[in-house]
Write a new protein. Structure first.
Length: 428
């Protein structure tokens, strides 16, 4: 049944399709941390829409608000006109998220996707400073449009641009070479030395935890030193929190525990709450120098997403949700650590932070095989890293302990089986 249903996608959809190849079934229904296909097979979701479904599938309260809004003929499309849905979101976002964190930002709606917010951030940084170049970091991923691709490290994705990607200098991310090399010293030397060939840039852009790049987590000290460097040289600091934000690493913004205050923050994915497209660019008021309409987009006023986004912020009205994320994150860390200890054949290293963690293994193809076998056994999980060397756990933040344990059991079963198989092959 499923194989026949997949034929339509093989016949009519572009070869650019990706996730359907790794998860070859036709999905029909989803709730919380579970998804079902057309044959009724149940899957545990350790993927969460690549971080777009931090609150799980079809949250009851968000669904109720969305249905009410639609049934009342609420405004669906508005460009950037004022609507009650947008006003409600701005007010709640300010009161629940920004004010309690002592954060003063203007909110820009650049378009509905992560690459839209990154493009607007790069454009604004160049407009404010009058400079052209931007410093990005190794293994960073920031989107698929030309500006975002220019600050992305992945070679395969960069080659898809079809043109030279310019006006960007790539510097080593924290611990890119080794734990012993101070990448900040390297970066600062390039800025100070007139013979380095590196001009003072308009901005630096980075993820505090690199999702697609291998679940690499920068230390809080490294982030603090980056902020200090940017302040001393008059460089704008852009934090891309599209995937690592909205609670994924434990706090609403991934950089909170580092104590930094970026000049520009990029948000998308789970900011919409329900999986509906929405993106924000947070801008310090003193650099909000846009002329009206200087950056726009037809779908920057996604009112249905405003409705669900507003309701999603209810999770953050107390500290209970954040505490629950911390508890689950510790369970994930303990599980991954025990997996490495039980199966030294993995040669594994635990990567990431919060509910954005995984194991990196240098054994060629093993991470992908673990994900493929997990899917067959009813768990959806993907790889990350330039060599697909990391299998990463990305469950909804709302998952319960039972769901976590079920997922853990499937992963361990797959690791145990694959390690034994490889040992048997090696013995021959």
């Amino acid at each position: 049944m499923i194989n026949n249903d997949l034929k339509i996608f093989d016949e009519l959809e572009s070869s650019v399709r990706s996730y359907v190849r790794g998860f070859p079934t036709v999905f029909k229904k989803a709730k919380g941390y579970k998804i079902w296909d057309m044959d009724g097979k149940e899957y545990i979701d350790f993927f969460a829409g690549a971080g777009a479904l931090n609150y799980g599938h079809n949250d009851d309260n968000m669904k109720k608000k969305l249905i009410e809004y639609i049934m009342e003929d609420g405004i669906a499309h508005s460009l950037d006109k004022a609507t009650d849905a947008k006003g409600d979101f701005l007010e709640k976002f300010n009161n629940v998220i920004l004010k309690p964190r002592n954060m003063d930002y203007k909110v820009m709606f650049p378009g509905p996707t992560g690459t839209n917010t990154v493009e607007s951030a790069l454009k604004l940084a160049r407009k404010v400073t009058g400079r052209t170049n931007v410093i990005s970091f190794t293994n960073g991923f920031h989107g698929m449009t030309i500006g975002s691709l220019s600050v992305t490290g992945n070679q395969a994705k960069r080659e898809g641009a079809g043109i030279p990607l310019q006006h960007v200098v790539t510097m080593p991310y924290d611990s890119f070479v080794s734990e012993n090399l101070d990448t900040m010293e390297y970066l600062e030397r390039f800025l100070e030395d007139n013979g380095s060939g590196v001009e003072i840039p308009a901005a630096m852009i980075l993820e505090t935890v690199q999702g697609e790049g291998g679940v690499n987590a920068a230390s809080f000290e490294w982030l603090q030193r980056i902020e200090d460097l940017c302040k001393r040289w008059g460089i704008l600091l852009i934090i891309d929190d599209v995937q690592a934000g909205i609670g994924r690493t434990g706090t609403f913004f991934s950089f909170e525990k580092a104590g930094i205050k970026p000049d520009i923050v990029c948000l998308s994915k789970s900011i919409g709450g329900y999986g509906l497209p929405l993106a924000l660019t947070l801008i310090k008021p003193e650099i909000d120098i846009w002329n009206p309409g200087e950056h726009n987009g037809t779908f920057r006023g996604n009112n249905m997403a405003f409705v669900t986004a507003t309701e999603s912020l209810t999770y953050w009205e107390t500290d209970e949700f954040e505490k629950s994320i911390a508890e689950k994150s510790e369970k994930v860390t303990q599980f991954l650590t025990s997996l490495i200890e039980k199966y030294p054949e993995l040669q594994g290293e635990v990567k990431g932070r919060g509910l954005m963690q995984g194991i990196s293994t240098p054994v060629e193809g093993l991470a992908g095989e673990i994900c493929a076998m997990s899917f067959k056994k009813g768990l959806i999980m993907e790889t990350a890293g330039p060599e697909d060397q990391v299998f990463k756990l990305f469950p909804p933040l709302t998952i319960d302990n039972e769901g976590l344990e079920k997922g853990f059991a499937i992963i361990e079963e797959c690791v145990k089986s694959l390690v034994a198989t490889k040992e048997a092959v090696a013995a021959k």
